[in-house]
Design a protein around this ligand. Structure first.
Ligand code: ZN
Length: 881
């Protein structure tokens, strides 16, 4: 454990490495407790570095066994060694070879960073700085080397040995039980992309031929006996490769592409060159164990990691401040892929829901930071919604501003000009400036400051002139008073009582987009034949909050007539949010709720069967956290829960007959084979959204319907939907259904995760005790990140009333779990802590309870740097900023 105050790393302090490493030859002799790593490093002074500088190689918890320079043992006076660094004060001023031997205990590595053993499988995780836990190295992304890796292990324990690149040699070691495999990766890469795997694994393979004619073997490796569950992931790899060729002109560049699923993994997946390592949750799928949402997530994450082969691996980041360069861009690319594979509108709504649920609160709280942070104490805490999701929105805005053709040309130029190097945000924008001829200096401001811009809009119709004027004003909470305006693309149109007002035009609107690049601006539409309703920020064209006073009736006109799918959905969300917040302020919202129900009824009659996935999203009202975010201050989660529930009860009652008819119409005929495709998933989604609303309005009917659905379900989507509905209805049927589910899936850890999560999200007083009880369940283990996230994470992040309990019992539960986990896996513990992010916006009583829990965590001796950093920043403590 580290207890010292961590040093702060600053972007402005960046300077090139004083040394470069051109080639790395690794020899890794795997053993559960005594793994030996020999690294031969071809080092030379960097012409861009400081002449004569000391060579300081990074380490973390390392034990040095031997050290040679050009084949000769180094005299003790010529170097200094500690677990955290190996220093040569006076290294040769010429190219030389350093050979370093270290020994590791992969079994004892519970941090799951570096080389570790998970369920008998050796694997690695090196991003952001795990490679320094394997050998001493210049562990920074701008040091790129060509790697050759020899892996050796007991042949029975680890019959499969995998490394980066292509396999060039393998064989038995005479007279022993051991074998070896040598892998060579011809593409220079930073150490964070290094990986190896050794273990007993089954595999499923498929051939792929790239557009350049290269024959590639695709393979997915999983736990023995589960190979058939890899089929969907394998197919997603092939579809991703094809899509990146067609849409971005990027082909794969090795002879094999391997994906390995492991059960203990700190994150979703990792894009190591040619050897992606995945949390098994994002690989394994069968109709009996995976939901439609799981299938969609597998497709998206497989694509994301594959797309990194160009956006991240071939062109990497100069330093970790540029993390958005690979993550924001790659999220944008995987979102585009999923939109092409599924429904674009439905996918866009999902992206925005995620952004609003995770990034907006982050940007409004104590953990807010720019998309390109200026400083950090622990880089592992910056793999955030801001870097990923807001980073992706910036790329999307860039495309909106310069158009599809210049955007594609700019991407080509970025990849070509920076291939094999470590780039910056400036390099990225430069490629688009060159191709579009547009100055992007003002646009770059999006990367520099935290805070979600707010755009206030007002409209005025002049019937005599047939003109409609819109006034825009932008502000940036959290960005500082001196912050210049940002460039905001506003995609917009006008809608009338009977449909789009296509004849209305404005010289300031080009291809449907108005660019708001000043603090205040106006635009005027001409030839507006009737009083219009503006449809603003179509497709969510910028990650901003929009304030515009608009009558519910006008919003319902958008729900009915807008040609933009996102804004039709948004209109219903806005009305529901206004009704809920109005009720919280004590307004009588009865008539409004009635009109809303009538509009939803008409919408369902018109479109539900034509586009069930979209209809399901319209029926899902803003979440409790969306509403909390909207209210902003003095939040009382119990009051929000009750007001939201009351609206749902009214809608469920008013729409009941329609919802029952929809359930019947959407039921699959007996004997239908399960398919995870978007259309089938959409029908299931609407059917289950209908069940949810029926149940909230009529618990007895809901209990019966959910029970019947659980009993007759032929796939996990429907079974889990039934169980989720039942989980909200207290009583014996719920408890026996939960018990039966646990028994049925006792041997399926990933399904038990769903069972843990459902119970952790029950919005009732008994849930804290239930979670404590479940923490002692035989299937729960603090050593497995998926179990922790499903139980404690779901409670902390997806149960607003119970996590934020007025008596502080929810905060105490999470604080205790964080402290227990911090001893073994600080990275996952720190992620749990982010649930405290919005604490300052709670009402005073809860705020005091959260403050006390955070202070208790921060005062705990021996706290990891990861958790201390989040706790300190959450409290606004300058100590660890
Ligand atoms: Zn990524």
């Amino acid at each position: 454990m580290r207890t010292e105050t961590p040093p702060t790393v600053r972007l402005e302090d960046y300077r090139p490495s004083d040394h470069l490493i051109d080639r790395v030859e690794l020899d890794v002799r795997l053993d559960p407790h005594d793994t030996r790593v020999t690294a031969r490093l071809a080092i030379r002074p960097n012409p861009a570095g400081r002449p004569g500088a000391a060579l300081v190689l990074d380490g973390d918890d390392l034990r040095l066994v031997a050290l040679d320079l050009d084949g000769e043992p180094l005299a003790p006076a010529a170097f200094r060694v500690a677990p955290s660094a190996l220093t040569l004060p006076e290294p040769p001023q010429r190219p030389f070879t350093l050979t370093i031997e270290t020994r590791l205990d992969p079994t004892a590595n519970t941090k799951l960073m570096g080389l570790y053993r998970s369920n008998g499988v050796y694997c690695t995780q090196c991003e952001a700085d795990g490679f320094r836990r394997i050998t001493y190295f210049l562990d920074r992304p701008d040091v790129l080397a060509v790697y050759t890796t020899r892996i050796e292990a007991d042949a029975a324990q680890a019959p499969i040995l995998l490394g980066n690149g292509n396999n060039i040699e393998s064989g038995r070691i005479e007279g022993t039980d051991r074998h070896f495999s040598v892998w060579h990766d011809p593409h220079p890469k930073p150490a964070y992309l290094f990986a190896l795997v050794g273990g007993r694994l089954d595999r499923m393979t498929a051939p792929f031929t790239t557009m350049e004619g290269r024959a590639v073997e695709l393979a997915v490796y999983v736990e023995p006996g589960k190979a058939e569950r890899a089929a969907y992931a394998l197919d997603a790899v092939a579809r991703s490769m094809k899509w990146d060729e067609e849409v971005f002109g990027r082909a794969y560049d090795l002879d094999v592409f391997n994906v390995v699923a492991v059960s203990d993994f700190n994150m979703g997946a990792m894009e190591n060159k040619g050897l992606n390592i995945f949390n098994d949750k994002y690989v394994l799928a069968s109709p009996e164990t995976a939901t439609d949402a799981d299938y969609a997530a597998i497709e998206a994450i497989i694509a994301h990691e594959y797309f990194h082969n160009w956006s991240g691996n071939r062109v990497t980041c100069r330093d970790w401040f540029q993390l958005c360069l690979k993550e924001g861009l790659t999220v944008f690319r995987d979102q585009e892929f999923s939109s092409d594979m599924r429904s674009r509108d439905v996918h866009r709504i999902g992206e925005v829901r995620t952004l609003r649920a995770r990034q907006f609160p982050e940007d409004a709280g104590p953990l807010a930071h720019p998309v390109r942070p200026k400083q950090y104490a622990e880089i592992n805490n910056f793999y955030t919604a801001t870097v990923y999701e807001k980073g992706a929105e910036i790329v999307r805005m860039l495309r909106t501003l310069i158009g599809d053709t210049a955007f594609r040309a700019g991407m080509d130029r970025y990849f070509t000009d920076n291939d094999g190097t470590a780039a910056t945000v400036e390099d990225f924008l430069c490629a688009f400036e060159t191709e579009s001829g547009r100055d992007l200096a003002d646009f770059a401001e999006w990367y520099e400051r935290p805070g979600t811009p707010r755009v206030s809009v007002s409209g005025a119709y002049d019937a005599s002139q047939k003109t409609y004027r819109l006034d825009f004003r932008q502000t940036r909470p959290g960005a500082g008073a001196d912050a210049p305006p940002v460039v905001i693309p506003v995609r917009l149109g006008l809608i009338g009582e009977a449909g789009p007002l296509d004849g209305a035009t404005s010289p300031q609107v080009e291809d449907g987009v108005f660019v708001l690049d000043r603090p205040e601006a106006s635009l005027t539409f001409e030839n507006v034949t009737a009083a219009p309703v503006p449809s603003l920020f179509r497709g969510f064209s910028a990650p901003v909050r929009v304030d515009m006073a608009m009558a519910d009736a006008d919003r319902l006109t958008l729900l009915r007539h807008d040609t933009d799918g996102f804004n039709r959905w948004e209109a219903a969300q806005r009305v529901a949010a206004r009704l809920t917040t109005g009720a919280l302020r004590g307004e009588d919202t009865g008539a409004g709720a009635e009109a809303f129900a009538a509009a939803l009824g008409a919408f369902l009659d018109e479109r539900a069967l034509a586009d069930p996935a979209f209809a399901a999203l319209v029926l899902a009202l803003p979440s409790e956290s969306d509403l909390a975010d909207e209210i902003g201050i003095d939040i009382d989660p119990d009051a929000i829960f009750s007001a939201r529930r009351a609206l749902r009860v009214r809608l469920g009652a008013a729409l009941g007959p329609r919802l029952r008819a929809l359930r019947d119409a959407l039921a699959e005929p007996a004997g239908t084979t399960f398919s995870p495709d978007a259309a089938s998933a959409g029908r299931r989604a609407l059917r289950n959204a209908a069940l949810d609303l029926i149940a909230v309005a009529d618990p007895a009917e809901g209990t019966a319907l959910a029970g019947a659905q659980i009993a007759s379900a032929t796939n996990m989507t429907d079974r889990l939907a039934g169980l989720s509905t039942l989980a909200l209805l207290p009583g014996e049927p719920r408890e026996s259904a939960l018990a039966a589910f646990a028994e049925l899936y006792a041997d399926e850890p990933l399904v038990l995760d769903k069972w843990f999560a459902i119970q952790a999200m029950i919005p009732e007083d008994g849930t804290v005790e239930r979670v404590r009880r479940l923490q002692t369940h035989p299937a729960f283990a603090m050593t497995n990140p998926n179990r922790v996230r499903s139980l404690v994470g779901s409670f902390a992040l997806a149960n607003p009333t119970q996590f934020n309990r007025a008596d502080g019992a929810g905060f105490a539960l999470v604080a205790e779990s964080v402290l227990a986990l911090d001893r073994t896996n600080p990275q996952v513990a720190a992620r749990l802590m982010t649930a405290f992010g919005p604490w300052r916006r709670l009402e005073p009583g809860r705020r005091a309870a959260a403050d006390a829990a955070l202070r208790r965590i921060l005062a705990t001796p021996g706290l990891s740097r990861d958790v201390a950093d989040i706790a300190g920043r959450s409290l606004g403590d300058s100590l660890t900023v």
